[in-house]
Every structure is written in C-alpha cells, then in structure tokens.
Ligand binder design. Structure first.
Ligand SMILES: [Zn+2]
Length: 305
C-alpha cells in the first residue's frame, strides 16, 4: 500500500513536470514582441521581455537578469536589422543556450517577415548615420507588420510545440480579426489629418506615418543615431516655417531641449509619442500602443489646426 502511494505521488509529480516543460518559454527582445507573442501563445507559453518600452531600443544597458531570462528561453524573438546589435549578441553568446543561438530553431528575427522601409540601395557608410544600416528597424509601428509578426510566431510556436498547433492558429486568427477591427477605428480617427507634414526626432515612425497618411519632412537628428547640431536645427526650423509644419514627434528617451527650441521658433507643438508597448504604464499591449499614439496625435493636430 505504502509503495503504491509513493508510486502514485511520483507519477503525479512526473505528470505535472511534463506540463511545465510543455509550456514554451518565449523571450522578446522588446515588449512589442512579447505582447504579440502573448496574443498568439496564450496560456500555452510563458512570455518575458528584455528592453523596456521606455528605453531607446538601440541602446540598452545589459544586466545580469537578462542573462537569466535567455538561459531559460526556448524561443528568442528579435526585431533584427541591427536594432539590438549594441547589447543583445553578447548576451546570446554568454547565455550558453544553444536553442536561441542565431540560426538555431529558437531564434526568430521578425524583420524577415515584415515590410521594411528605407532599405539602403547604395553601399552603407558611417557618414549616413550609425544605427539603421540595413533598413528601418522600427517596422512594428505598422499594424500590418504586427499581423505578419503574429503569423511568423504562430508558425514558430507550432513548429516547436506541434500538439498546440490548432490552439496557436486559432489565437493568431483571432488577433488578426481584432487588429482589423481596431485598424478601422484608427483609420477613421486619423482620416481628417491625412497628408499632414510632421518632423520626428529619430527615424522611428516611417512605417507608422506611411500607414496613417502622415508625411515626415525632416528629423531633429541630422542622421539616425547622431545628436542634433545647431546648423541642422536651423535647417529644420526653416523647413518648418516654409511648409507651415506644426508638429514635432519625439520619442520618450530624447532630450527635449532641441525640440522645445524648434517649437518655440516655429509655433509648433512637441508631442511625446510612445514607440513601444510599456512606454507608459497604460500601454499594456500592442493595441493600446496605437490607441495611445493616435489619441495623442489627434488632440495635438486639433490644438494646432
Ligand atoms: Zn532607430
């Protein structure tokens, strides 16, 4: 009797261990990736992320806790296009986790499934700026790319957990449907401002602006990753005066001195938009990211008329 009870207990422990191992452990390099993974993976995966949404994703300070996350990961989702080149590659190597090494089954670079803008057609040199050598890596800011990323994650998760294939497919289809509904709302909200010209600090918004009909005329940064210079700032001010541009979009991690002085010289509005999930507390998922930014843009456009 005693022996049988022991056996039963062991059996139950083994069963629950199997279940724990069954959950795919997914780590997103950014919170945007983690959010879409959650949509697709539901309760069959555990999700964590590395860079916080309020950090500049090009420049993240590595921490020991990142290594722990990577050591346990079955899948690592990356933005790619060298967005994370300054901090992620050494962490991947140091994790010693063979699953998530570049080229292995647990490494998924979502840029390969997305529509990428600003892909250089000429040889890239340092003079062109530092941080976007392979095309613009801020592509998740177009919901259509969110949709493509979800599909890629669906396929990857199903490949690694074939038993949950139908579950992932259903979740992906549901995400797609809710995204389509949300896009109708976002389009309607942005429709009155189609063709508006804007200035952005960094080149974070080409996909967003193309999708929602805004025209980016110039940038506060002279080149991607290069801080503002007095002569370039003067050019931006002159362009804004000439074209009557009244909006400067700034990411939350940049110094506001130059945008504010530009606004002062031109009568424009500075609006701090969030490029990522987690940028502020209320942006808890991919839908709320667009809700937040579009809401803020609409009220800013209405202010400046
Ligand atoms: Zn960038």
């Amino acid at each position: 009797m005693m022996v049988n009870m022991k056996r039963l207990a062991l059996l139950l422990a083994a069963v629950s261990l199997c279940h724990a191992a069954g959950k795919l452990n997914v780590v997103g390099a950014t919170q945007d990736l983690a959010s879409i993974a959650e949509e697709v993976g539901g309760d069959r995966i555990t999700v964590d992320s590395i860079a916080k949404g309020y950090q500049d994703p090009h420049f993240v300070e590595p921490k020991p806790s990142f290594l722990l996350k990577l050591q346990k990961a079955d899948v690592l989702l990356t933005v790619g296009l060298q967005l994370e080149i300054g901090w992620l590659p050494p962490l991947i190597t140091q994790s010693g986790n063979s699953k998530i090494q570049v080229g292995n089954a647990g490494y998924l670079d979502l840029s390969q499934f997305s529509q990428i803008l600003e892909v250089p057609t000429v040889q890239v040199t340092r003079a062109m700026g530092d941080v976007h050598p392979l095309g613009n890596p801020h592509y998740w800011l177009d919901p259509e790319n969110g949709r493509r990323m979800a599909k890629a994650m669906d396929e990857k998760f199903s490949e690694l957990r074939p038993a949950d294939k139908a579950y992932f497919a259903q979740r992906e289809a549901d995400f797609d449907k809710r995204l389509t509904e949300a896009e109708k709302r976002w389009d309607a909200e942005m429709a009155p401002f189609k063709g508006r010209k804007v200035i952005t600090y960094h080149r974070s918004w080409p996909n967003f602006c193309e999708r929602f009909g805004l025209q980016v005329v110039d940038y506060v940064e002279p080149k991607p990753g290069i801080p503002p210079t007095p002569s370039h700032t003067l050019d931006v001010i002159n362009t804004m005066k000439r074209d009557n541009i009244k909006l400067v979009m700034v990411e939350p991690y940049f110094d506001l001195r130059t945008p504010n002085s530009i606004a002062q010289a031109t009568g424009a509005n500075v609006v701090i938009l969030m490029p990522s999930v987690g940028g502020v507390k209320e942006i808890t998922d991919y839908f709320k990211l667009f809700d937040y930014d579009i809401n803020l843009l609409v009220s800013s456009f209405n202010k400046v008329k």
